[in-house]
Write a protein that binds this ligand. Structure first.
Ligand code: CTP
Ligand code: MN
Ligand code: MN
Ligand code: MN
Length: 392
């Protein structure tokens, strides 16, 4: 198509951590298509393909305007043959045949539904599909043994698959703040994950907890969880203790996987519904919640009660010692691709190993300290990118 206006060729650096990616996306049709193929690859145990599609989508998210012609894409990084074919297909035919056929495929639909259950990953979903289980009804009638997380996930399926709003995240922040300051005065919490990046909704709410005096945070999580449990705020929780020191045997600055080893709690919160007028009086949110949770005559099937006064929300809590706080904050703010790209940059461009605990310089053979995210970017030789511009 000849374009009357000559469109500029875009220029974008190749690592997502070198770019500013806001939530303003001028190419959602293309990035939605590539993200769906990424998701399908990840759900099909094809992580390499998944990352390739994620990187391609991220490059398009970083463009300052909508792509007007294919020629503008020449020279852009991370757009492989496959991604370019998808883009061309959308360009020429209005839609990508691969994306459209994936969307309606029984396998993809089943993988989406089953991994929508908290506690069910791609491997479990795949096994169930091979046994003929494609939806929740078939799962419930199958006699499959579900672990505690999966049982809770199934029980609260609809709530958990409904996006969490910023207002709900703030209400939960207040509750967690109250829990933390009750069990350890002086401890601090910070909202991380997508909400720290400025998103208006999320699939969960993520918090990082620390204390300004090193060591005071030890043993904090079980106390916070007990407080929350006693107040009736938890529908489910699984706490994992800190195993960072044990892992040092694995090698300096090289945790064996991308999983960090902080004390953490994956939970499902019981968040009392916020009354529209009362919600403005933010000081009273915790009080209102406490009152609502005290009238708890649990019905057999909690989600079935039509006038129930609460909803289930996924919440992740992580405790970090202050000495690792900057790394934990950077690591838990995301996006997932931004984090992956930071680690890749560190390793291949700087000879360093970055984790949510530390930064190790393989050449100098020493750990590089940092007490802020800015210092970590500086160690990595990167321009500082604020959270709102890490939406790769
Ligand atoms: N994360 C992590 N280890 C995990 C799970 C998550 O380090 N086991 C990090 C991710 O890398 C991400 C952050 O925690 O940077 C938040 O993860 P998640 O809640 O899954 O994603 P969000 O970006 O918050 O997106 P959403 O709004 O959908 O929750
Ligand atoms: Mn713009
Ligand atoms: Mn999150
Ligand atoms: Mn999370």
């Amino acid at each position: 198509k000849p374009s009357p206006v000559k469109s500029a060729v875009f220029s974008v650096p190749s690592y997502a951590c070198q770019r500013r990616t806001t939530l303003e996306n001028h190419n959602t049709v293309l990035t939605d298509a590539l993200s769906l193929l990424a998701e399908n690859a990840e759900l099909s145990d094809e992580d390499g393909r998944g990352v390739a599609f994620r990187r391609a989508a991220a490059v398009l998210k970083a463009l300052p305007s909508a792509v007007m012609s294919i020629s503008q894409l020449s020279g852009l990084p991370c757009l492989g043959e496959h991604s370019l074919r998808v883009i061309k297909d959308i360009w020429e035919n209005g839609a990508s045949s691969e994306v459209e056929s994936t969307k309606v495929s029984e396998r993809f639909k089943a993988l989406k539904v089953l991994t929508g259950i908290f506690g069910v990953g791609a491997k479990t979903a795949d096994r169930w599909i091979r046994e003929g289980i494609h939806d929740l009804h078939q799962l419930q009638n199958s006699g499959q043994t579900l672990n505690r997380a999966q049982q809770a996930g199934l029980q609260h399926y609809d709530d958990i698959n409904q996006p969490v709003t910023k207002a709900e995240a703030c209400a939960i922040e207040e509750i967690v703040e109250k829990a933390v300051s009750s069990v350890l005065p002086g401890a601090q919490i910070i909202l991380t994950g997508g909400f720290r990046r400025g998103k208006q909704t999320g699939h969960d709410v993520d918090f990082l907890i620390t204390h300004p005096e090193e060591g005071r945070e030890v043993g904090l999580m079980p106390k916070v969880v007990s407080w929350l449990e006693a107040q009736g705020f938890l529908l489910y929780q699984k706490t994992t203790r800190n195993s960072y020191l044990e892992s040092k045997a694995d090698g300096p600055g090289r945790p064996p996987s991308n999983m960090d080893r902080f004390e953490r709690c994956l939970s499902i919160f019981k968040l009392p519904k916020m009354e529209k007028q009362g919600a403005k009086d933010s000081q009273n949110v915790t009080e209102n919640c406490l009152q609502a949770n005290q009238k708890s005559d649990e019905p057999e099937c909690p989600e079935a009660a039509p006038d129930r006064r609460w909803r289930a929300v996924r919440v992740d809590l992580v405790v970090s010692p202050i000495s690792q706080f900057a790394f934990a904050l950077l690591g838990w703010t995301g996006s997932k691709l931004f984090e992956r790209e930071l680690r890749r940059w560190a390793r291949y461009e700087k000879g360093m190993s970055l984790s949510s605990h530390a930064l190790y310089d393989n050449n100098q053979r020493k750990y590089l300290r940092a007490s802020s995210e800015e210092e970590i970017f500086a160690h990595l030789g990167l321009e500082f990118i604020p959270p709102s511009e890490r939406n790769a």
